[in-house]
Ligand binder design. Sequence first.
Ligand code: FES
Length: 131
Amino acid sequence: MKKLMYECFLLVYLILMPLEKLCSTKDIPENDAKRFNIKNFDIAVFNVNGEFYAINRKCTHMKGNLAKGLVEDTTVRCPLHGAKFNLKTGELVTHPGTIAGWFKKAKNTTVYKTKVKNNDLYVDLPQPIEE
Ligand code: FES
């Protein structure tokens, strides 16, 4: 019974999931990326062969601009010191490759769910923390 209630709750959440519209899917060409600043979230959105991935735009090492990074399969390499992140999971795949990586470590980054509806791209952002 608990499992059924949980699944119903999850289904309702997914249907009512608060999505933020970013742009038309045509605004991010295939194998390109674009930066968005929405509700104080600074995110980079990548179009990898027609699949959209959204992550925190600032590298967890020293805030390099991941929207300008090199995309290889479903990873992005930071343009500053080369840390590499998995676009699906946010996992840090490769640590920064320069001496800068010895002094400050990078860590996993945040990913945001994306959804395409009627050729528009949406992102699921967490609710802001009330103060
Ligand atoms: S800022 Fe990204 S690897 Fe250093």
